[in-house]
Ligand binder design. Structure first.
Ligand code: MG
Length: 321
């Protein structure tokens, strides 16, 4: 079997485990003589755009942070949610002018599972101006995790009720607002101990498709490590709806490269290549303990070294995928 055929076959094996409907669609597109389903090749080849979250970028001032990213081959920057985009949007857009960096997502907490409609409405109202600011900044979108904690807690919708309300009401209105301002909401599946509701990328992709324009999806390698049977299959299920990726070590949620035997992303990167992914791959995670004084944070020079080590590891694995 040629290398290319192997990838096609393995990709579709991944699809069949998590995404039957996409497999059926792919099967309709069969053109090969061997009866194997064929994926549509991406219009443009995938691109690895490494990214850091704002507070994790070395340097104090905006300019220093962006200089660091550019000098070390990063392709994007991720910012905090809340009122950060509203307060800092214009200054950041100015600082990004003429640079080879794009503005990825904004990341912060959200919860749409309250049984009381007033509480859900308050959550929608809180995010509308943030989405507008992100649209004006030409950001990829606002990361949304629809529910946290336990749905069995009093005062929460059931899973079915929440899905219906999120797809037809809260999530839909946020997505429509996002589409109006040229950005999106980006659904993030979490681990089972963090959310009872949205845990798999294929589920998020179905939900985003049901919501319609302005709704997209992301995958976070850390959460996916527990919840997905196949990184590659999960990314293929998301397809064109995938607009963001988070990455961390797969043994510990810290910067990749500390446990290199566990930090294997080639399978996931194959999925990203197969769908022609050109969004950000953004580090979200902590740092190893300070070996000198475990109560103290790692010094910035040590963190910078680990960031550069991560860049090398991820570039090597992208080349292998
Ligand atoms: Mg994440």
């Amino acid at each position: 079997m040629k290398r290319r055929d192997f990838f096609k076959a393995s990709a579709l094996a991944g699809v069949s485990t998590v995404c039957g409907s996409q497999l059926a669609m792919a099967q309709e597109q069969t053109t090969g003589g061997n009866g194997m389903p064929k994926l549509t090749p991406p219009e443009k080849p995938a691109e690895l755009n490494l990214c850091l979250q704002w507070w994790g970028i070395p340097g104090g001032e905006v300019k220093q942070k962006l200089d660091f990213l550019e000098a070390n081959g990063f392709g994007a920057v991720e910012i905090p949610s809340g009122d950060w985009p509203i307060k800092n949007g214009e200054a950041l857009v100015d600082a990004l002018k003429g640079r080879k960096l794009f503005l990825a997502t904004a990341c912060g907490p959200s919860d749409f599972s309250y049984a009381e409609p007033e509480k859900r409405e308050a959550e929608v109202q809180k995010f509308l101006p943030i989405i507008e600011a992100l649209g004006k900044m030409k950001s990829v979108g606002l990361i949304i995790c629809p529910a946290r904690g336990q749905l069995s807690e009093p005062g929460r919708l059931s899973g079915k009720e929440l899905r219906k309300d999120f797809v037809e009401n809260t999530g839909k209105r946020l997505a429509q607002h996002a589409a109006k301002y040229g950005t999106s909401i980006v659904l993030e599946p979490l681990r089972r101990n963090e959310t009872p509701f949205l845990r798999q990328v294929a589920d998020a992709a179905r939900m985003a498709a049901d919501i319609g324009p302005g709704a997209t999806v992301m995958g976070d390698f850390w959460h996916m490590g527990l919840e997905e049977t196949s990184f590659m299959g999960a990314f293929i299920c998301a397809g064109k709806l995938l607009t963001h990726v988070h990455i961390a070590g797969l043994k510990e949620r810290i910067i990749p490269g500390i446990h290199p035997e566990a930090d294997q992303y080639v399978d996931g990167f194959k999925g990203l290549k197969l769908i022609g992914y050109r969004g950000a791959v953004s580090f979200e995670g902590g740092w190893p303990k300070n070996p000198v004084d475990r109560k103290k944070d790692l010094p910035e020079e040590a963190k910078t070294k680990l960031i550069l080590n991560m860049v090398k590891l991820l570039r090597e694995q992208w080349a292998m995928a």
